[in-house]
Design a binder for this molecule. Structure first.
Ligand code: UDX
Length: 432
């Protein structure tokens, strides 16, 4: 393989995972972050967030010298041929992404370049951002150094990001020159998986379109779950039957309390705005968002429907993170669900194996417990919001004895309705 010198600007969950994995497959990588404290943490071999396997990969590659960290973009620019922009693109009030961090990085790269570079969009950016990156670098490229811009969107899922990088379904590379194409193919040569080479705009759009489709699939099955509840059908059986059609496939058909995380909600909001700015009203995606909000409302109404009134009731909540195997609370369904419960006068006790430190910064008016059994003690109902493996193995007899009322409302269908009824629980779930 050809060893490429790479700069990764931004060491968030995408930048750090991508940088560490690129070093892991044999390249020389310098990760840059303007947060001095974060760089110090990383240099100690610690990861500032929970992502399985990532700490191991970072440690190994710091030790073998292929992975370095700095706070200076200019240092990475001088040492690298390929520069990935992996900084945040958080939503603005209007829902559109804030691209000012991307612009600042493009400017600093333009100012520091002394020989040919490829500047690669790794962050999720609206289609046509590549034109602005090119324009910005040109404006600050005083030495008139030749460069190319490329797009290389990430498809990493939290909790499996390292595996998703090293064994991807596909690598997407958007380029506009043969030279950039060849170098990007060299970067990904050690990765086994199809590499799709497109123009930059198509590569940028593949990312938003993929997340929009995945969210649509989730809201689709969540809408089906409502029809199943109203008709007495089982959404699990319906999803199983649908999924056997190769054109549909079984994945992303798990009905639940809705999708969260920092990608789907943010990317859907952004994509609706991007389409609107381009002149298209993306009504289908607005409905995907609405269904997702409705799922959380319906979940709270299910709890209320079993307790008559929520005021003064004590509700146990198991699971806060937006999905299992992550500590990420961003746009987690638990935030809105708990807000609705407490707004109705209920008291909430909660536990999550990994995300409580993050949750405490966002959800402040609830009691945090050290284990699931402490949560359920003296509660009028138990609500399951995140399907952590350990919740599937709880001693349900003990749970029932600790609850004031044997009421369980399961937002991720982790228990079997028949078993729960036989054990004497009043049990509700999603679409069953
Ligand atoms: C997602 C995309 O999968 C990934 O390709 C992209 O790069 C980033 O966004 P992520 O948000 O980390 O990844 O998690 P994912 O596993 O996709 O789940 C997102 C949300 O959808 C979670 O809240 C999950 O609970 C929910 N979900 C997922 C469902 O409700 N039902 C499903 O069937 C699948």
């Amino acid at each position: 393989m050809k060893t490429i010198n790479i700069g990764m600007i931004g060491t968030g969950y995408v930048g750090l995972t991508s940088g560490a994995c690129l070093a892991h497959i044999g390249h020389n990588v310098i990760c840059v972050d303007n947060d001095e404290a974060k760089i110090k943490t990383l240099l100690r071999g610690e990861i500032p967030f929970y992502e399985p396997k990532l700490d191991q990969i970072v440690k190994e590659n710091v030790q073998n010298g292929r992975l370095k960290f700095t706070t200076k973009i200019s240092e990475a620019v001088k040492a690298s041929t390929v520069l990935f922009i992996a900084v945040g693109t958080p939503p603005k009030e209007t829902g559109e992404p804030d691209l000012s961090y991307v612009e600042n990085v493009a400017k600093e790269i333009g100012e520091a370049m002394t020989d040919y570079k490829i500047i690669v969009e790794k962050s999720t950016v609206p289609v046509k951002t590549g034109e602005w990156v090119h324009e910005t670098i040109t404006r600050y490229n005083k030495r008139n150094i030749p460069f190319d811009v490329a797009s290389n969107p990430e498809f990493l899922r939290e909790g499996s990001a390292v595996g998703d990088f090293l064994e991807p379904d596909r690598v997407v590379v958007g380029v506009e020159s043969e030279k950039a194409k060849q170098i990007m193919l060299d970067v990904y040569a050690p990765i086994n998986g199809p590499v799709l080479v497109t123009d930059i705009k198509s590569a940028e759009l593949i990312k938003h379109a993929s997340n929009a489709f995945l969210s649509t699939k989730i809201s689709f099955i969540n809408a089906i779950s409502i029809i199943c509840e109203l008709s007495g059908a089982s959404v699990e059986k319906v999803a199983e039957g649908m999924g056997l059609d190769k054109r549909i496939g079984p994945s992303f058909l798990q009905a639940g309390v809705g999708y969260g995380g920092f990608c789907f909600p943010k990317d859907i909001m952004a994509f609706i705005r991007i389409a609107y700015e381009l002149g298209y009203d993306y009504r289908l995606l607005k409905e995907v968002e609405r269904i997702n909000e409705e799922q959380k409302d319906r979940f709270v109404k299910k709890i209320e429907g079993l307790l008559w009134n929520l005021r003064e009731k004590q509700i146990g909540v198991l699971g806060l993170a937006f999905k299992p195997n992550t500590d990420d609370m961003r746009f987690a369904p638990s935030i809105d669900i708990i807000a609705k419960l407490t707004a109705a006068g209920a008291k909430v006790k909660a536990y999550d194996p990994h995300s409580m430190d993050n949750a405490k910064k966002i959800i402040t008016n609830i009691e945090y417990c050290n284990d699931p059994y402490e949560v359920v003690k003296d509660c009028d109902a138990l609500a399951i919001i995140t399907e952590w493996e350990e919740f599937k193995k709880l001693d349900l007899t003990k749970i029932k004895s600790l609850l004031k009322l044997p009421i369980v409302v399961d937002g991720r269908n982790i228990y079997d309705p028949k078993t729960m009824e036989q054990m004497g629980f009043i049990y509700r779930s999603i679409g069953r």
